[in-house]
Design a protein around this ligand. Structure first.
Ligand SMILES: [Fe+2]
Ligand SMILES: [Fe+2]
Length: 391
């Protein structure tokens, strides 16, 4: 198997899934940048391969009774979801971890930072730069949340718990890319211009995780993604400590704990949906997993390398920051958290979705070692982010 096709962990699932990946998953970053409209029409021609997929695709915008379900959750969301946002006056800010430009010791603090980061291995820097670029593409994610039928903030200052959460979540996330960006800049270990270029390309390319405007799909996707970022930032924290930079370890650990809170919020929303509308929710969960959870920065491109994300993901896997095992374990965690195996009273479509989701992790586990070995052996490019030093 061609290692290039390890893109976005989709090959991992393709090995165990019967449905073909969506067309959008097969395009190169370059292609996606030429025309979003074009790629949309390619997806439209991609006819569903099973009845259950067909019905969910049709449900990508929701019928009025589904909107009522979210309306009925508003009081609960105010008390259980909005409260998971941290008040600004109790929140950390990037400056808490950075040299203070107003202090006399500013240049000394920079020198200390540069000493701490001097011996950090290139592979780690590549992963941290990729994580930073992913965080810096926040405008895309805000557009996604605002594009859903429920989180949609019509006036820009809507008072629904969903809009309050969407704005607060964005405001919390905004600090992640900001802090990593400044830290990497001051370290002098990376080529900031190339990193900035990659971010600009990524924002221009956008993302298509197959969510449409559907908040069922959106909250299932974000439950998965927030947990994935919690795990990966947690691992970069652990490795930073090992590489002799306790401040960087603290930075990554602090970001990881934000991601954990976000994971709790989205997971709770889906938990509630399972309670109120188990059939639609399990069908949406299966639909999401059939499509494979594509990473938000999947369309990453630096102006030189197609499949840049695959190369980045291979490095992340090699140094143990985020691997195919993590992907499978997140799925298992969510299946257990949402008690999917115990759901009862489902329609035949719901039962089919339940069987698919509950058996998927086991099927993945059978090919996991093979996927990990592929990432291990994958040839690497010269990452422009580290000034073209050979890996
Ligand atoms: Fe983040
Ligand atoms: Fe997050």
């Amino acid at each position: 198997m061609d290692v290039i096709k390890l893109n976005c962990f989709k090959t991992f699932q393709s090995l165990v899934s019967h449905s073909p990946p969506p067309m959008s998953a097969q395009r190169s970053p370059k292609f996606s940048m030429t025309s979003t409209l074009h790629s949309r029409s390619r997806r439209d021609k991609d006819s569903p391969s099973s009845p259950s997929q067909a019905s969910v695709i049709l449900a990508r915008t929701m019928p009025p009774e589904k909107i009522e379900i979210f309306k009925s959750m508003e009081g609960w969301a105010r008390n259980n979801i909005v409260t998971l946002l941290k008040p600004v006056n109790k929140s950390w800010q990037p400056q808490d971890f950075l040299p203070d430009p107003t202090s006399d010791g500013f240049f000394e603090q920079i020198n200390e930072l540069r000493k701490r980061t001097k011996d950090i291995p290139d592979e780690y820097l590549i992963v941290l730069a990729g994580d930073m670029i992913t965080e810096e593409a926040l405008p895309t994610y805000q557009a996604k949340i605002n594009g859903t039928e429920i989180f949609h903030d019509v006036t820009g200052v809507d008072n629904t718990p969903w809009a309050i959460w969407a704005r607060g979540w964005t405001a919390e996330e905004n600090r992640h890319g900001d802090l990593l960006n400044k830290y990497l800049f001051l370290s002098g270990r990376v080529d900031m211009r190339q990193i900035e270029k990659t971010t600009q390309y990524l924002l221009g390319s956008g993302m298509d995780a197959g969510l449409g405007q559907n908040p069922y799909l959106f909250t299932i996707y974000t439950s998965f993604q927030e947990r994935a970022t919690f795990i990966s930032h947690g691992n970069t924290a652990r490795l930073a400590k090992r590489h002799g930079d306790p401040i960087l370890a603290q930075i990554c650990g602090t970001i990881a704990s934000d991601e954990k809170r976000h994971e709790i919020a989205y997971t709770k929303i889906v938990e509630k949906l399972f309670e109120l509308d188990p059939n639609e929710t399990v069908v949406a969960f299966a639909d999401m997993m059939r499509r494979k959870i594509s990473m938000p920065a999947c369309l990453m491109y630096d102006g030189e390398h197609n499949n840049l994300f695959s190369h980045f993901a291979n490095v992340a896997s090699r140094i143990g920051v985020y691997t195919a095992r993590d992907y499978r374990e997140i799925l298992q965690h969510l299946v257990a958290k949402w008690n999917v195996e115990k759901l009862s009273g489902l329609s035949s479509e719901g039962r089919e979705a339940q069987d698919f989701v509950c058996g998927l992790a086991q099927r993945m586990q059978r090919v996991e070692e093979r996927v990990l070995a592929l990432a291990e052996k994958a040839s690497s490019i010269r990452f422009t982010w580290i000034a073209a030093r050979q890996m």
